[in-house]
Design a protein around this ligand. Structure first.
Ligand code: UD1
Ligand code: CA
Length: 457
């Protein structure tokens, strides 16, 4: 029987000083609460319920696949669990409770906690950590035998308890039935006047129910984010963890501190990521591709052996062996086929560029279909927008577009046709034709010579 998870995410997070609820803040493009929900799922929890409250609608939209229950007033972590009681009425066995502000928790750790509780048949298993500086955390109080007697919050600690360096990480695995049987016994008789979930531990211990504990190997994993400083710390830890995973799988990064990769990005081996590269969203990069320096690639596909230099890609697709940049901007729907090129200062959107075709310099190509082996000269612009509607430009295989051509859509340039440089093309061009639209050049013989002898200095 799989475990159930409950993610507490109703708090405001006043120390973030933000209009956004704390758990909605992002790390590498993904909201904190989504990391926690995913860790629970990957640990094998077959049902995940999130408690929302502060900014509930915002938070619920960030975990669309998750069941959510509301805690309208935030009366403490114990109260948050009370709010989930009805939703969890049929939950039996292990109930994992996680904090939405602890995004670094690993699935393996959650799984180990579940196992520890089940093996011991305990009422609860606590995840604890040894912190060099335990300030702010609840302390784990143990008897001489080593048995856990309770958790005391920082604000309720005696002097001696303050010195305890074993802390509560806010991650627990309860026996669901035992938890709900005892939950009504919580009170608000403490320094913060809240229902503390942590008080369950002393209630269990007093009744002689078994309390198990697991100490996390790396305390950073349980870092709770309460401020922007801790948000940056957590982002750094996540960045290192993700980059290490990719480097061990065969990805080269000359300076991994300057490469930021979202958790859902897929990278094939032998790709190389140069400094100041951001790969975000559902980006997929093929074998041997080189990205950067200075690239931002979001929700895009970069094919095997492609090169993306100093460019921005949003929902774009770059085929195998294609080259992008320096300083190209590929917007949604830009699809570059194999061995094609979007060169320097080129913007492309909602356009397919056929195999081997090139848009090498200073162009805007929007709403176009470009065939194979087309050359688009420097400074070409598809005039796709008439102020009301967008229109398509079709450039068939093997066409040659002269430099500085204005292609006024809707328009079709036939296969193998040529447009002369500096032409504004407003009518379809038949396959194989030359279209030229330019006023004739005039030449005034001797003009320059005369100007000089006119007494110009
Ligand atoms: C809590 C623990 C503390 C532990 C620490 C670890 C309690 C009483 N204390 O303290 O022992 O060392 O976490 O980080 O549990 N939340 C709600 N509803 C509420 C209150 C909180 O959903 O009414 C959520 C918050 O959004 C947050 C989580 O519960 O995700 C923890 O709450 P927080 O106020 O940050 O607890 P701490 O003071 O850090
Ligand atoms: Ca906290």
């Amino acid at each position: 029987m799989g475990a159930t998870a409950l993610v507490l995410a109703a708090g405001e997070g006043t120390r973030m000083k933000s209009a956004l609820p704390k758990v909605a803040h992002r790390i590498l493009g993904v909201p904190m609460v989504a990391y926690v929900v995913r860790a629970a799922e990957e640990a094998g929890c077959d049902r995940v319920v999130t408690v929302t409250g502060h900014g509930a609608e915002t938070v619920e939209a960030l975990v669309p696949a998750c069941e959510c229950v509301r805690q309208d007033r935030q009366l403490g972590t114990g109260h948050a669990v009370m709010c989930a009681r009805e939703a969890l009425a049929d939950a039996t066995g292990s109930l994992v409770v996680l904090s939405g502000d602890s995004p670094l928790i690993r699935p393996e750790t959650i799984a180990a906690l579940i196992e520890a509780r089940e093996r011991a048949g305990a009422a609860v298993a606590l995840l604890t950590a040894r912190m060099p500086d335990p300030t702010g955390y609840g302390r784990i109080v143990r008897a001489d035998t080593g048995a856990v007697e309770g958790i005391v919050e920082q604000k309720d600690c005696t002097r001696e308890q303050c010195a305890i360096d074993e802390v509560n990480t806010g991650t627990y695995c309860f026996d669901a039935a035992v938890l709900f049987e005892h939950l009504d016994r919580l009170d608000t008789d403490n320094a913060q006047g809240e229902f503390y979930l942590t008080d369950m531990v002393a209630l269990f211990a007093d009744e002689g129910l078994a309390v198990a504990s697991v100490t996390v190997g790396d305390p950073l994993e349980t870092l709770g984010v309460n401020s922007r400083v801790q948000l940056a710390e957590a982002a750094r830890v996540m960045q290192r963890r993700i980059n290490e995973r990719h480097m061990l799988a065969g990805v080269t990064m000359v300076d991994p501190d300057l490469v930021w990769i979202g958790p859902d990005v897929e990278l094939a081996r032998d790709c190389e990521l140069l400094p100041m590269t951001f790969l975000l969203g559902r980006t997929v990069v093929g074998e041997g591709a080189v990205i950067g320096p200075s690239a931002r690639v979001t929700d895009s596909v970069v094919g095997d052996g492609a090169v993306v230099d100093s460019s921005i890609l949003l929902e774009a697709e770059v085929g195998p062996g294609a080259t992008v940049g320096p300083v190209a901007y590929l917007r949604p729907g830009a699809v570059l086929a194999a061995r094609s090129k979007a060169g320097a200062c080129v913007e492309i959107k909602n356009t397919t560029v056929g195999e081997g075709s090139k848009v090498p310099h200073l162009s805007y190509i929007g709403d176009a279909t470009i065939g194979e082996h087309v050359n688009v000269g420097a400074g070409t612009i598809t005039c796709n927008y008439d102020g009301v509607r967008k229109h398509r430009t079709v450039i068939e295989d093997g066409a040659f577009i002269g430099s500085d051509t204005m292609l006024v859509a809707p328009l079709t340039i036939g296969a193998g046709a040529v447009t002369a440089a500096a032409s504004a093309i407003t009518k379809d061009v038949a396959p194989g034709s030359l279209a030229i639209e330019r006023s004739e050049q005039r030449e005034v013989t001797g003009w320059a010579e005369r100007r000089r002898s006119d007494g110009a200095p």
